[in-house]
Design a protein around this ligand. Structure first.
Ligand SMILES: [Fe+2]
Ligand SMILES: [Fe+2]
Length: 280
């Protein structure tokens, strides 16, 4: 394998439960021995598949950095691990630690390769139902509008917030904890912020069902890319891979998505997206 300066690569929403996605994952390989891979959530709702996939990728890439998606946090009847909420998240973090994968609970590693140095921060923030449709003043009003539109996220049934009273309470705790950690990054270091959900609302404007935005992030992070000196933001969850710029900062959605989605795109899945390429 070439020894070059290394590349920072990112992908999300692998959903390896689907065999065709598993094949895409099997094809994910570094080009240099220094490449890092950012995994922005939704590897699988199965803890067995989650561990197998992270083992495969951590054997290949110099470093793998994971931010949890909602699917990893689902507690489904089919999974041998029946832990819920925080305990489930802690279990996934323990799996990552055995494999040497960096999680939101670890010190933020500094990428020194092409486009660096930058602190790479995987985030676990959930959502708090503040991406509301116009006219909805409260979460309940927003949920009523979504329900009338026939839109409800499966999280409502499988993503348990225990021991927090609600997903929004868990999200608020994560936002406060994470903001304090990001504020400790030395001022001279830009960041790459890696989150399952978009950090700003703009990407949700193109959702096919706009009411689904309720389950897609929090207004609390709208100023984070600027406040925490992001050289790039990486997110997934929407299954709409694209690049937008806000305040001059690139926001990369790096989702693979479900086979029925990526098969409709003009081109086959391109694999991982290169981050910070414009800084080299
Ligand atoms: Fe997904
Ligand atoms: Fe997701």
């Amino acid at each position: 394998m070439p020894t070059g300066p290394g590349r920072l690569l990112a992908i999300s929403d692998l959903h390896v439960r689907h065999d065709e996605n598993k094949k895409v994952v099997d094809g994910l390989r570094p080009e240099t021995e220094h490449d890092w891979l950012l995994l922005a959530g939704d590897v699988s709702e199965s803890t067995v598949d989650f561990e197998d996939t992270l083992r495969l990728l951590s054997d290949r890439f110099a470093k793998v950095i994971w931010a949890p998606g909602n699917h990893e946090l689902w507690t489904t009847a089919a999974d041998p691990v029946q832990l819920r909420g925080q305990a489930r998240y802690d279990h996934l973090v323990a799996i990552c630690r055995r494999l040497g994968v960096i999680t939101p609970e670890d010190p933020y590693p500094v990428w020194e390769g092409a486009g660096g140095p930058v602190a790479v921060a995987p985030l676990f923030l959930l959502y708090d139902y503040t991406f509301r449709p116009a006219g909805a003043r409260t979460r309940q009003e927003a949920m009523d509008i979504a329900e009338r539109a026939g839109v409800v996220c499966t999280d409502e049934f499988y993503l348990h917030p225990d021991p927090y009273p609600s997903r929004q309470a868990w999200s608020r705790a994560r936002v406060a904890h994470t903001a304090a950690r990001l504020a400790e990054i030395p001022d001279h270091l830009p960041t790459v912020l890696v989150n399952h959900y978009p950090l700003v609302r703009e990407p949700t404007r193109v959702l096919r069902f706009p009411e689904f935005a309720l389950w897609c992030g929090t207004e609390a992070t709208e100023d984070w890319p600027v406040r925490f000196r992001a050289a790039a933001v990486v997110y997934g969850h929407l299954h709409i891979p694209r690049l937008i710029h806000q305040d001059g900062i690139p926001h990369h959605e790096v989702s693979l998505g479900y086979p029925r989605e990526w098969k409709q795109r003009a081109t086959a899945p391109a694999g991982a997206v290169r981050i910070l390429a414009e800084r080299t």
